[in-house]
Design a protein. Structure first.
Length: 185
């Protein structure tokens, strides 16, 4: 079977409306916002729970920075009411399959899914089966006994990601990935 030539990656999440003309804040999930949100770029939109979005695709009409927040005007959002309806939508773009993020501390979902999750001592905790995007990114880890757990994807809990080595290190504690001792019985 042929390898795909492109992959879809999450580049942002629509936040609150800004003003009355449909402009929105975007919580960035990319280190290249000028490239991913260039005028004319079409992004696929979906709800975080993968439910259908009111607009399956949005076209970037323009961007500007307000202090450290990216403001985006999408052609399909004409006013504040429509902008409010788009709040929370995840924004996806197509990238070449062999592309890697410019920042070595950033990862695409497809790079993480399938990695072995180990604790800091090298014991296998399970496998990364998905990345959930919301207010905070979460790694879904399936344990050897079939439980699915969610680990916040932050440096304090995931201190090492070794894509080439096929693993992530999780600073596990009871109740995070491993069950509480009383849950084992």
């Amino acid at each position: 079977m042929d390898e795909p030539t492109t992959l879809e990656v999450v580049v942002g999440r629509i936040g609150k409306p800004h003003g009355l003309r449909g402009e929105v804040t975007v919580e960035l999930r990319t280190d290249e916002p000028e490239r991913r949100f260039a005028p004319g770029t079409v992004v696929r939109a979906e709800r975080p729970n993968a439910a259908a979005a009111p607009w399956p695709a949005l076209t970037v009409g323009g961007t500007r920075w307000h202090q450290t927040t990216l403001l985006v005007r999408f052609d399909e959002l004409a006013d504040r009411t429509e902008a409010e309806s788009a709040r929370g939508l995840l924004l996806h773009v197509q990238v070449p399959a062999d592309e890697t993020p410019a920042d070595p501390e950033e990862f695409y979902d497809h790079q993480l899914v399938g990695l072995v999750a180990e604790d800091v001592d090298g014991r296998v905790l399970g496998e990364v089966t998905a990345v959930a995007h919301g207010a905070q990114d979460l790694l879904q880890i399936r344990t050897p006994d079939g439980r699915d757990t969610l680990v916040p994807f932050v440096t304090a809990l995931v201190p090492e990601v070794d894509v080439a080595g096929g693993r992530v290190v999780v600073a596990d504690r009871p109740g995070l990935v491993t069950a509480f001792p009383e849950d084992d019985s």
